[in-house]
Design a protein around this ligand. Structure first.
Ligand code: SAH
Length: 409
């Protein structure tokens, strides 16, 4: 584990200062062109892997061996690949298994069952992922219900969508992550659970949510390849059910349509936050491009095609979007397409640096839920896991500002 360099500290202190000054960033649709991360085995499909092995003049079956070590055994240490001759291991590791994620720091909460990791990428970009284990017997801090584990991963360093209530959005976009950089976050979490590094004994990942930093639909190709790697059966992939994967989007309609055609039964989550264009234009600037009706229409088509119930994310912001009439408007908007295709996930607003907004009053939250349910819209209120380590929704900013907290390792 390494710390941040003084230059990195300075640059990220600047980002935090900007956010604290309430400066908001403009919407950025293009992706800044930065160098590409080094190529990794996880970036290649089966055909490209076979080709790469042939080019090196190695026996064909090395491809399968390497794949098994990386995805099935979660081992990126060539010394452990003992079924491959030493010289070939080193060659394979050097060509196809470059280090991608450098662990800067882990912060933990909830008796160790929530762990937020700050990663440094090859070019100095910082991203975060959060591992959350629930329902560990005997550990009240892990919550109720059946035992399960979720990892929340990042798809971009920063984000270009500029939502003013979200810490990531206020930091702007640095670059897209590669497929391997996305998968590496999942594989690290899977390895930790397997090795019993999270309280509750050895375990497995059940859910993967693309709800960390970035807009997954703005990095469509790499995200889709990562999803295919996650759901492919072992040893080619991680063998995690597509039903356990959630892709969350602020509403890039053309990419929602594309995902609809992929034939992958992942869960689609749409961050709506307002039922009316007037307010949504300010909360999610991308709404000026694809307004509420188009986003909800695309979400409903996703349900029709895949049969997967869509999740509508709605951060409740005090006196901004939490009025009773907005709950009614949201229910009308969704039930225009019928019942049973959608449910609403209300997220009490998590504090972010410099933001003037705060979470709704308890009674307004309850009234919002009541009105949605009265109109037949299933509604849940999301827990605020990881809030004290700035690991909850919208708090990932990949800065050193939370150094005051004690690292867990
Ligand atoms: N860009 C994607 C993925 C991010 S998911 C998307 O917008 O869906 C993160 C979720 O947390 C989104 O629903 C986002 O709108 C929400 N969020 C952002 N800031 C938040 C905050 N301060 N409090 C609560 N939720 C927030």
């Amino acid at each position: 584990m390494t710390g941040l360099t003084p230059e990195e500290e300075a640059s990220y202190a600047e980002t935090v200062a900007a956010a604290q000054a309430g400066r908001t960033v403009p919407l950025a649709l293009g992706t800044p062109r930065r160098g590409k991360p080094p190529l990794h085995w996880a970036d290649l499909d089966a055909g490209q892997r076979a080709e790469a092995i042939a080019e090196l003049g190695l026996p064909k079956f090395r491809a399968g061996q390497l794949t098994r070590h990386l995805f099935d055994r979660l081992s990126d240490d060539p010394d452990a690949w003992t079924d491959i001759p030493k010289a070939e291991r080193d060659l394979l590791a050097e060509r196809f298994v470059p280090p991608l994620l450098d662990r800067v720091r882990d912060l933990s909460a909830d008796a160790g069952t929530t762990v937020k990791t700050l990663w440094r990428l090859y070019d100095g970009s910082l991203v975060e992922s959060v591992l959350m284990r629930y329902g560990v017997p005997g550990l009240r801090a892990s919550g109720k219900g059946r035992e399960r584990a979720t990892v929340c991963i990042s798809s971009q360093a920063g984000c270009g969508m500029a939502c003013p209530f979200c810490a990531t959005g206020q930091g702007g976009l640095q670059r897209n992550l590669s497929t391997a950089e996305i998968l590496a976050q999942v594989m690290d979490a899977a390895r930790r659970l397997r090795d019993g590094e999270v309280p509750g004994g050895p375990g497995r990942i059940n859910n993967i949510v693309f709800m960390g930093m970035g807009e997954p639909m703005a990095n469509y190709t790499a995200v889709l390849r990562a999803v295919r790697g996650i759901v492919a059966p072992a040893p080619e992939g991680l063998g995690i059910s597509a039903r356990g994967v959630t892709v969350s989007t602020v509403g890039l309609v053309p990419q929602i349509q594309r995902l609809t055609e992929e034939g992958l039964p992942v869960t689609l989550a749409v961050s709506l936050h307002a039922p009316d264009d007037e307010l949504r234009d300010t909360l999610c600037p991308i709404n000026t491009r694809w307004p509420v009706a188009e986003v909800v229409g695309a979400a409903h088509r996703y349900f029709e095609k895949t049969g997967r119930r869509v999740s509508i994310e709605y951060a409740l912001i005090r006196d901004i979007n939490d009025q009773g009439w907005r709950a009614d408007a949201l229910a009308n908007l969704l039930t225009r397409y019928g019942w049973g295709w959608v449910h609403v996930n209300l997220i009490p607003l998590n504090p972010t640096p410099g933001s003037k907004w705060t979470a709704s009053r308890r009674e307004d939250e309850q009234e919002f839920v009541r009105r949605l349910e009265a109109r037949g819209v299933p509604t849940t209120v999301r827990d605020t896991r990881g809030r004290e380590i700035d690991g909850a929704c919208g708090q990932l900013a990949a800065t050193e500002e939370d150094r005051r907290l004690t690292p867990s390792s």
